[in-house]
Design a protein around this ligand. Structure first.
Ligand SMILES: Nc1ncnc2c1ncn2[C@@H]1O[C@H](COP(=O)(O)OP(=O)(O)OP(=O)(O)O)[C@@H](O)[C@H]1O
Ligand SMILES: [Mg+2]
Length: 145
């Protein structure tokens, strides 16, 4: 399978969560990937982009969200980056059920962690947050099981 890379930037509008989902799903269409893998990746990217909009920019629409998606025979890599508020304590933020908003469940990072093979979060207060997600190609994932 040949490599494909898409990089894009969009405004921090809630409707762009669906845009990010469609981009990733479209890029995976040619891969040997089950519907359940596809759903997992769509949920993970939605959680990352929602966090950028809701927490990074506190729902202000004029923030920039950067998305990079790369697929090749090894698997899928997704980067979601915002230039917003940042996270003071990343380990705490990644703890299941931790949220700074009382009405939220605090499960976004937990979902990303369990649905993908790797999750990395880099953040600096006042500068922004970069979330990197990786999922192995299904054939490789089967080989290591
Ligand atoms: N891009 C971001 N910028 C700033 N803070 C963030 C960002 N992403 C996550 N956080 C912080 O990490 C916490 C945990 O995020 P997580 O996605 O796990 O839960 P949540 O968004 O609060 O709730 P849920 O995802 O279940 O709706 C958030 O409450 C927020 O404080
Ligand atoms: Mg979240």
């Amino acid at each position: 399978m040949s490599r494909n890379v898409v990089k894009m930037e969009f405004m921090s509008l809630p409707e762009n969560v669906a845009l990010a989902r469609v981009v990733v799903a479209t890029m995976l269409a040619g891969m040997d990937c089950t519907l359940s893998d596809l759903d997992d990746v769509k949920v993970a990217v939605s959680e990352a982009v929602s966090n950028a909009i809701l927490h990074g920019y506190q729902n202000r629409p004029h923030g920039r969200v950067y998305l990079m998606v790369a697929v090749d025979e090894n698997g899928l890599e997704i980067v979601v980056e915002d230039y917003g508020r940042g996270i003071a304590d990343v380990a705490q933020a990644m703890t299941p059920s931790f949220s700074t908003l009382p009405e939220r469940m605090g499960l976004g990072f937990a979902f990303m962690q369990s649905l993908m093979d790797r999750l990395e979060v880099d953040s600096q207060v006042g500068r922004g947050t970069r979330v990197t997600l990786f999922k192995m190609a299904p054939a490789l994932a089967r080989a290591v099981q």
